[in-house]
Design a protein around this ligand. Structure first.
Ligand SMILES: [Fe+2]
Length: 277
């Protein structure tokens, strides 16, 4: 399809449950299906759909088995990565192309002038102090080093994707389970001038930040919310299980000339009828 845009769609934190199970009364599969239908109707020209981790609620095969058919007829290529709620072997069974040759859900995609580098921050070794933390092991960081160098050689600007944000966001319970070795990521991104933006999930709320490292400098960062349940706007205190029924969303990444743009679309807010005044 001809399009004036180089465009990718991003869904994060789907949290698909087994049949009949809900989260705070919401059916995550119904929410995701509603969002995907909305996105495909309005953005059929998108070149990629990225599922940025927490595809399922517990990593159970029955959850992946519900998700895979919902994507079976999707006309846009789908790329998946891992969140803390995913299990590698079950994700692979449902998405055979989900892992790279290293065995991690890390992928490099082209989007016009951009190279999209999707990282797998699932802590499979439980190296971080808390079970839900994110972690990038030496194998995954080496892949990032290689891909950053390859993008530079190809003249591509880079947008990096991680499920776990590498910086605090003010929700203390979530900040405690962020990317545990964030310095390893940020030191690399800060020293790579062709890295333009970072897109994350995990928090279940739309957030904009500038991620800094001890050497200084800031990297613009967008966190996208879930199509299903969100974290309530109670800064500071709280637990990561606190959730609220607010409109679900997906992200739209545009590679405009010299500018990276990330939109967020709350797909349930209206039926899309456009009125003029
Ligand atoms: Fe999540």
């Amino acid at each position: 399809m001809n399009s004036p845009f180089d465009k990718a769609l991003i869904f994060t934190d789907l949290h698909i449950t087994p049949p009949g199970e809900t989260i705070i009364g919401l059916d995550p599969l119904a929410r995701f299906t509603q969002g995907l239908t909305h996105a495909l109707a309005r953005h059929p020209d998108a070149q990629h759909i990225i599922l940025l981790g927490d595809l399922t609620n517990t990593g159970d095969p029955a959850e992946y088995a519900r998700l895979a058919p919902a994507l079976a007829d999707c006309p846009i290529p789908v790329t998946v990565t891992m969140g803390n709620h995913d299990l590698r072997q079950h994700l692979t069974a449902a998405f055979p192309d989900g892992l790279n040759a290293d065995g991690f859900a890390q992928h490099a995609l082209d989007l016009g002038p951009l190279r999209l580098l999707i990282l797998d921050t699932h802590d499979y070794e439980n190296r971080a102090p808390l079970e839900q933390d994110g972690w990038l092991c030496p194998v995954r960081l080496a892949w990032l080093d290689t891909e950053l160098a390859r993008a530079a050689a190809d003249g591509k600007d880079v947008v990096v994707f991680t499920h776990h944000p590498p910086c605090p966001v003010g929700f203390w319970a979530m900040d405690a389970i962020g990317l545990a070795n964030s310095d390893a990521l940020l030191s690399r991104l800060h020293s790579a001038p062709h890295v333009r933006h970072l897109i994350c999930g995990h928090i279940h709320r739309t957030i904009h930040a500038s991620a800094s490292n001890p050497a200084g400098g800031g990297l613009p960062l967008t966190i996208l919310k879930s199509p299903c349940h969100q974290i309530p706007m109670i800064l500071g205190q709280g637990t990561f299980a606190d959730s609220v029924d607010e409109p679900g969303a997906y992200g739209i990444l545009l590679a405009l000339k010299d500018t990276v743009v990330v939109h967020t679309e709350d797909f349930a807010l209206s039926d899309g009828t456009v009125l003029s005044y």
